[in-house]
Design a protein around this ligand. Structure first.
Ligand SMILES: Cc1ncc(COP(=O)(O)O)c(C=O)c1O
Length: 366
């Protein structure tokens, strides 16, 4: 990639959009390497999924605009009405819709930082302003600081549990404290993209809170635990009127019939899903324990990834991992997120990191 300045666009752009970093695809894994950079699932799609997707071959027809069949299945599973479920082309699309529905110029969206890297861009695209609240020293959300960051200008607050990229959870008690403290007309979005991997019984689960908090929306995805990242399908659970507002901002017909078919077949394969999720959680816990034993300061890891607080040496460590065939996600100068991938990738990772552990480190704070 060249360091030459980007030439000015030949058309007049919104200055805040022109200032956004252009999207650059991450490096592909080398031939015999492992892609541990996108928190994908190393397992193939669940049984029955490929057949269901390939059978949905009516490409000449538009899909059902409201993904009704999938909403019905999710509504039945979670004990909600069909209008209390909304499906999007990945949960990132739902995040965008909820931001557009609540927040425009002069409005603020509050969230922890560092967190999911899409949040700042989506807020900027909506014309709103991000209010980022630094994580605690243990890399978790600072609930009191999040509450304190809410002002009259705040239209949406995002809680990410487990937090991407640090892996930490928000506890049920912390979340209840936050919900009790913020205005009841402030939209709170609980981003549970990695919920299926959580093993800590103290972690918040949004579903049982929906009836008590009409201002709460819970986001889930088929991309991570269900291994359907390439199909692009996620869902929101919340009050019908809030979800109607999100539906109004959606790009029509972006959830395909194939993604609905894949998601429906995945829901049928619950046993196989739980088995895989259990494998990944066990692999994650073993990896974290091994890294702690090597001397790394790895925060609590409850998603399908671990966070290495490599500080100023982030780029160098990521490069060494890449040379060993391990593509990770570096956030210089803070740390590196490593997804839990194939079993063999873990041994390789531990071997390289064991050689690098002696170097100076910063604390787990991000
Ligand atoms: C915290 C979080 N939320 C949402 C998403 C979006 O996932 P998708 O759009 O694939 O559902 C991701 C993906 O990495 C994520 O890490």
């Amino acid at each position: 990639m060249s360091d030459a300045p980007v030439p000015a666009a030949p058309v007049r752009l919104r200055p805040e959009i022109a200032a956004l970093p252009a999207y650059r695809q991450g490096r592909p894994a080398p031939a015999a390497g492992y892609k541990l950079s996108s928190n994908e699932n190393p397992f193939d799609p669940l049984p029955g999924v490929v057949g269901a997707v390939t059978a949905a071959a009516e490409f000449n027809r538009y899909p059902d605009a409201t993904a009704l069949a999938l909403r019905e299945a999710l509504a039945a599973r979670f004990g909600r009405s069909v209008d209390e479920v909304h499906v999007g082309a990945g949960s990132v699309a739902l995040l965008s819709q909820l931001i557009l529905a609540t927040s425009g110029p002069g409005d603020e969206v509050v969230y922890s930082w560092r967190s999911f890297e899409a949040y700042p861009g989506l807020v900027t695209v909506a014309g709103a302003t991000s209010r980022m609240v630094p994580n605690r020293a243990d890399a978790g959300h600072d609930i009191d600081a999040l509450i304190a960051a809410v002002t009259d200008a705040t239209r949406m607050l995002i809680v990410c549990s487990p937090n991407n990229p640090t892996g930490t959870i928000v506890t049920a008690d912390e979340f209840e404290r936050l919900m009790a403290a913020v205005p009841s007309d402030l939209l709170v979005v609980l981003d549970e993209a990695y919920a299926e991997f959580v093993t800590d019984p103290d972690a918040v689960t949004g579903l049982p809170l929906l009836d008590r908090y009409p201002n709460l929306v819970v986001l889930r995805t088929f991309s991570k635990a269900y291994g359907l990242a390439g199909l692009r399908v996620g869902y929101a659970l919340g009050g019908a009127s809030v979800l109607d507002a999100a539906r109004s901002t959606a790009i029509p017909l972006s959830v395909t019939g194939q993604s609905v078919a894949g998601a429906l077949a995945s829901l049928e394969a619950e046993e196989a899903l739980l088995e895989r999720v259990r494998h990944i959680a066990v692999r994650r816990d073993a990896l974290r324990a091994a890294l702690l034993a090597q001397g790394w300061q790895v925060p609590v890891a409850q998603g399908n990834f671990v966070w290495l607080p490599t500080g100023e040496r982030t780029a160098e460590v990521a490069e060494r991992l890449f040379d060993a065939g391990l593509v990770t996600r570096a956030f210089p100068p803070e740390g590196i997120r490593v997804s839990i991938g194939e079993e063999e990738s873990v041994d390789k990772l531990l071997a390289v990191l064991d050689e690098l552990v002696g170097m100076p480190q910063e604390g787990p704070s991000t």
